[in-house]
Design a protein around this ligand. Structure first.
Ligand SMILES: Cc1cc2nc3c(=O)[nH]c(=O)nc-3n(C[C@H](O)[C@H](O)[C@H](O)COP(=O)(O)O)c2cc1C
Length: 305
C-alpha cells in the first residue's frame, strides 16, 4: 500500500508536502525539463514586484562552507510581463502555482495582492515581508510586528486566495512576528527566508558581493530553520511551511516532525535541479518502509519528553 502523502494548506490540496522555494525555481517553466512538475506538491514563483527589476550588480552569488550567499536583489520580470509571458505556461500544469511577491510600501504590496488575486492560474499568494519599508525609514516589514501586521492586513483585504506570509529569520523573536501575521489574517506561514550574511576576500580587502551583504541559505541554516519552525508551529494555530537547508527526504521529514505541514526546497535545486522531486519520492519511500500510512500523522509528531 502506498502511503497517503497529501496535505492541505488553507484549503489548498497538495498531492505531497514538497514545494519549491521562491527565487530558486524560476517561474516553474525553467525547471520543467528536469522535474516532473506533477510529482511535487506545489511550486513558488520568483518574487514579483509591480515594475520589472534588474537586480543588484555582480558579483551577486558566492558559495560558502555549507551554503551560499546571494544578493540577487529581487530581479524579476514585473507583474505585467508575468501575466503576459509566464502565466500561460501555468495553464498546462496540474500543480498549484504560488506567486511570491514584495513591495517597498504597503500600497505596493496591496496592489500586487489584488492583481494576483485576479489571476485564476495562481492557486495562492506568498508574501515576502523581508523588504524595507521606504516610507518608514527603511525598516524591514518582517522585523517589526506592527509593520508586519499592517502589510499583511492590507494584502488580506485584497485577496481571497490562500495568503502565506514568509517570515524573516533576522529577528529576535520569530514567534512575535508569527502572531502579528496570524492576527492580520494570514492563512499560513512559511519560514525561513535567508539569514543576512557576508563574505570577505582577504587579499583584495573587499567584500565578495558587490552589495556587501547577502542572504545566506543552504544546509548550514537548517538547524536555525528547524528551531524556528518548531517554535512557531507550537505557538500559532496556522499551517507552517518549513524552509531552510532541505537537501534530502530526511531533512524534509525532520521539518514535518517539528510541526511543518509542508516544506520548500531552495538551494538544493541549484546543486541538483531534480532535488524537489527526489525529495518527494524519498519521503514516500521512507513512509512505506516504516509502515506510516499518512504523512499527516507525522506533522508535529516530535517527541520532546
Ligand atoms: C538565489 C536565491 C533567490 C531567492 N529569491 C527569493 C525571492 O525572490 N523571494 C523570497 O521570498 N525568497 C527568496 N529566496 C529565499 C528562498 O526562497 C529560501 O527561503 C531560502 O533560500 C532558504 O531555503 P534554502 O536553504 O533551501 O535555500 C531566494 C534564495 C536564493 C538562494
Amino acid at each position: 500500500m502506498k502511503p497517503d502523502m497529501s496535505v492541505e494548506i488553507a484549503g489548498l490540496k497538495l498531492r505531497n508536502p514538497v514545494m519549491t522555494a521562491s527565487g530558486t525555481f524560476g517561474y516553474g517553466q525553467e525547471f520543467a525539463d528536469y522535474v516532473d512538475l506533477e510529482r511535487i506538491g506545489a511550486f513558488v514563483t520568483k518574487g514579483l514586484s509591480l515594475k520589472p527589476r534588474a537586480g543588484n550588480p555582480t558579483p551577486r552569488i558566492v558559495e560558502t562552507p555549507g551554503g551560499m550567499l546571494n544578493a540577487i536583489g529581487l530581479q524579476n520580470v514585473g507583474i505585467d510581463a508575468f501575466i503576459q509571458k509566464k502565466v500561460p505556461f501555468l495553464r498546462s500544469v496540474n500543480t498549484p502555482a504560488i506567486a511570491n511577491f514584495f513591495g517597498n510600501t504597503i500600497d505596493e504590496y496591496a496592489e500586487l495582492a489584488g492583481r494576483l488575486d485576479a489571476i485564476p492560474e495562481i492557486a495562492g499568494l506568498e508574501v515576502n515581508i523581508s523588504c524595507p519599508n521606504v516610507k518608514q525609514g527603511g525598516i524591514v516589514f518582517g522585523t517589526d510586528p506592527q509593520c508586519a501586521f499592517d502589510v499583511v492586513s492590507a494584502c488580506r483585504e485584497l485577496t481571497v486566495k490562500p495568503l502565506i506570509v514568509k517570515l524573516s529569520p533576522n529577528v529576535t523573536d520569530v514567534v512575535a512576528m508569527a502572531r502579528a501575521c496570524a492576527d492580520a489574517g494570514a492563512d499560513a506561514l512559511s519560514l525561513i527566508n535567508t539569514l543576512t550574511g557576508m563574505a570577505i576576500d582577504l587579499n583584495r580587502r573587499r567584500p565578495v558581493l558587490a552589495n556587501i551583504t547577502g542572504g545566506f541559505s543552504g544546509p548550514a541554516i537548517k538547524p536555525v530553520a528547524l528551531r524556528m519552525v518548531w517554535q512557531v508551529a507550537r505557538a500559532v494555530d496556522l499551517p507552517v511551511i518549513g524552509i531552510g537547508g532541505i537537501m534530502t527526504a530526511t531533512d524534509a521529514l525532520e521539518f514535518i516532525l517539528a510541526g511543518a505541514t509542508a516544506v520548500q526546497v531552495g538551494t538544493a535545486s541549484f546543486i541538483n535541479p531534480r532535488a524537489s522531486q527526489e525529495i518527494a519520492d524519498g519521503m514516500e519511500a521512507w513512509l512505506m518502509e516504516k509502515g506510516v500510512e499518512s504523512v499527516r500523522s507525522l506533522i508535529g509528531a516530535l517527541e520532546t519528553s
